[in-house]
Design a protein around this ligand. Sequence first.
Ligand SMILES: Cc1cc2nc3c(=O)[nH]c(=O)nc-3n(C[C@H](O)[C@H](O)[C@H](O)COP(=O)(O)OP(=O)(O)OC[C@H]3O[C@@H](n4cnc5c(N)ncnc54)[C@H](O)[C@@H]3O)c2cc1C
Length: 587
Amino acid sequence: MIERPYDVLVVGAGHAGSEAALSAARMGAKTLLLTQNLDVIGAMSCNPSIGGVAKGQIVRELDALGGEMAKNTDKSALQFRTLNMSKGAAVRSPRAQCDKKLYQFSMKETVESQENLDARQDEAAAVWTGDAGVLGVVSKRGVRYRAKTVVLTTGTFLNGLAHVGLETYPAGRSGEPPATKLSSSLRELGLETGRLKTGTPPRLHERSIDFSRTERQDGDNPPVPFSHFTERIANPQLPCYITYTNEDAHAVIRDNLERSPLYSGRIKAVGPRYCPSIEDKVVKFPHKERHQIFLEPEGYRTREIYVNGLSTSLPEDAQLRLVRAVPGLERAQITRYGYAIEYDFCPPTQLHQTLETKKIPGLFLAGQINGTTGYEEAAAQGFVAGVNAVLKLRGEAPFILSRDEAYIGVLVDDLVTKGVDEPYRMFTARAEFRLSLRADNADLRLIGAGRRLGLISEETHARFLRYQDAVVSGKVYPDAELAPWSMAKAHAERGIESAYAGYLRRERSAAERLKKLEHVPIPAGIDFASLSALGREARQKLDAVKPRTLGQAGRIPGLTPADVQVLWVHAEKSRRQTQEAAVEAES
Ligand SMILES: Cc1cc2nc3c(=O)[nH]c(=O)nc-3n(C[C@H](O)[C@H](O)[C@H](O)COP(=O)(O)OP(=O)(O)OC[C@H]3O[C@@H](n4cnc5c(N)ncnc54)[C@H](O)[C@@H]3O)c2cc1C
């Protein structure tokens, strides 16, 4: 059976898949979102929280471009907090604790209500290709879904294997089966795959916690919306609580390390160094007397509490002893145990900056399949892939954000240029121009691009242009002509810009210098292996990444300035030869 053809077919309706499908459909492409289970569109596999340091900036950028994540967060968050309020503007980041089911169902409703977008429950077992590239996907039941472009966003599901203590079982995440066929199809097509792992903490029943032994933490009052387009948060706001591990808890971990899948050698894959399990924290920082733990509600209509900071895959009896050693949790009831999960991913150096695979024209990959971790990183890639799939079909220039324009530009460039050797998450330190890439100015940086893609309406854009004028020139407009922006926000923005004026000027001139290299293209189809002036390692690295510009080549780990100089000479020679050939052809 062959289904009717689509322009864009997205596999997987997690955070990457939802953004990919919505952006493609909103740009007018006939889009199909194919996913294993329609009930869990936009499911939050781990902590139901969005944003945080650097991740919050990504969500604001996505919002300015016309993405959905920030709006969906505003509909479903039960606590908003701006992190790092006592520090500089560059590292201030919005974070929101969401009602996990509200987030999921409101994303499902948005997807289902979107024009040009069909959602279908099925599992992709293979990518269907022809001589010219992708033709669609074949489902587990043998149905052929035809499409001009395909975006794979399969998260932690490819050959997923869950671990609790020394027990393992196949799973995409808790309670859901893995996708077992698709990665071998990718390997047959010549794509390389690898293995990574991540983990999650246990959940507790609220009534079993003694909150009087913990510190209460309230959110911002009034709550500040995530999206540029939300005027007010209507949801009631709930507190979170803070407690700490102690020596007793650490002793439980040390005593059970040989039963930990991480330390017994059962898990071979690499996990996120910056989102470590509590086992890792205790082993790697033996002198630290305590680790902070946040107790966060999972929603309005559930009594389950997320134990942020206690990610573990110890056996169940050890998890219970560990939890009960923590102040306030002495009588805690675990509703779900923590676990670790291993899964297949595709090293992202196999991708162009558009997230299209270099090997199979029309096949794009986005989200955790590219070796990242986090909802925000996934959503941003989904957006980039969905937009570029449509631009490719239209024969238009690709949508590529540079490192000085957006964290999303840093994310994609890091992935395709440097690759990953552990699950990649965003940090402010990854961005060279972080003073310019602030959460507060994401609209000023990116709404124009969103408008050019057709994802920001003309009316909204007109209001934004007035706000931009108020920021740049100081002109005063009535708030009614600016809403959802305001003169108060314009004033605050001018304040930030003038306080950092000197630093920003220096950052912008460094960005200009970088841009010069970014604008020197490396000729397409260049045979890097034939550049004998380069060492073998440099030739291999260049051949794997196939950089498009000198700037990108310079960021490949291990490439020296001397190697870039060789490429420069070659690029110049090739440009001169092309010019001479053109002159000759004319005469
Ligand atoms: C146990 C666990 C712990 C985590 N811990 C953290 C953490 O501490 N910090 C953090 O930032 N992130 C964490 N994450 C990661 C976070 O959940 C992911 O980064 C994010 O959800 C990835 O988004 P995605 O869209 O790429 O994939 P997912 O959200 O995983 O969505 C993938 C979707 O694709 C569908 N699918 C998969 N294969 C197929 C197929 N063949 N056919 C059809 N549909 C398919 C699935 O059913 C699912 O709906 C954790 C995830 C898990 C599972």
